[in-house]
Design a protein around this ligand. Structure first.
Ligand code: HEC
Length: 234
């Protein structure tokens, strides 16, 4: 009896040890190499999907939010905050979206889908961005898509909100209770000073976009000019 009991203790101990080992396997830091961005000064070509302009903001606002695949939480060991981290997941096979988990998880159902419910599934247009970028070789590329002379709501502010902010500020994921997918929501933070305070990373405001790099000076200037014009729905 005594012998059996100590065997049992031994087995339980072994199981616990294995469980601890398993739960720790995601904690091992991965050395990530960041490759340089190419083409940032060139004007955008309509046929190309640029990683820095379209793909990264989409992933940051839909997948890299706090509690998901951000630099701190990285669920399943996956961090989608930078190009190097995204490529290090092994979920991107350049030229082969059908074999790339980063793309295939967008089309799964139920809780297997990314981003999982209650977050909204990617729209077809958003899926196409990921698909085309992988098809085109999954490069760390960028283009110059900003002009400070354009600062209307429809021409500059709304597209910027859609790309950089809406993923965390929509009815199913309402960061700070703010909906930036609609004019009324953007206007209210424009008029109370929080919009500029947050994107300019001013003290007293929460820096936005959360968890990713600051918007370019050109984009901040567009928003600033629109706010100065009275935040019109133009
Ligand atoms: C990854 C998710 C995420 C992204 C992307 C994001 N936000 Fe936020 N935002 C949040 C969360 C969460 C809060 C609430 C933070 C809190 O209360 O601690 C918030 C709060 C804010 C606030 C209130 C700030 C304050 O000081 O009270 C503003 C304004 C805002 N966001 C604007 C933006 C704008 C503009 C963008 C795009 C340029 C953006 N956010 C992108 C998650 C995000």
């Amino acid at each position: 009896m005594q012998n059996q009991n100590s065997k049992l203790v031994e087995i339980i101990g072994l199981i616990l040890f294995l469980l601890i080992l398993l739960s720790c396997k995601h904690e091992i830091p991965v050395q990530v190499i960041e490759s340089p961005v190419s083409g940032g000064e060139q004007t955008c070509s309509a046929d190309t999907v640029y990683f820095q302009n379209k793909v990264l903001p989409l992933l940051n606002s839909s997948c890299a939010m706090s509690g998901c695949h951000d630099a701190i939480t990285h669920k399943e060991g996956i961090n989608l905050a930078t190009y190097g981290n995204i490529m290090a997941t092994g979920g991107v096979r350049p030229g082969n979206p059908g074999n790339s988990k980063l793309y295939t998880v967008l089309n799964r159902t139920g809780n297997e889908r990314m981003p999982p419910p209650p977050a909204a599934a990617f729209t077809q247009a958003q899926k196409d961005i990921v698909y085309k970028w992988i098809m085109q070789g999954a490069k760390n590329n960028a283009c110059n898509d900003c002009d400070t002379a354009v600062f209307t709501y429809s021409g500059a502010v709304a597209p910027l909100m859609n790309t950089y902010c809406k993923g965390c500020h929509n009815p199913s994921s309402l960061g700070g209770g703010i909906d930036l997918g609609v004019y009324a929501g953007v206007k209210s933070v424009a008029l109370n000073g929080k919009l500029l305070g947050s994107i300019k990373h001013q003290t007293g405001f929460i820096a936005m976009p959360q968890g990713s790099t600051k918007l370019s000076d050109c984009k901040i200037e567009q928003v600033q000019k629109w706010v100065a014009a009275g935040a019109p729905n133009n």
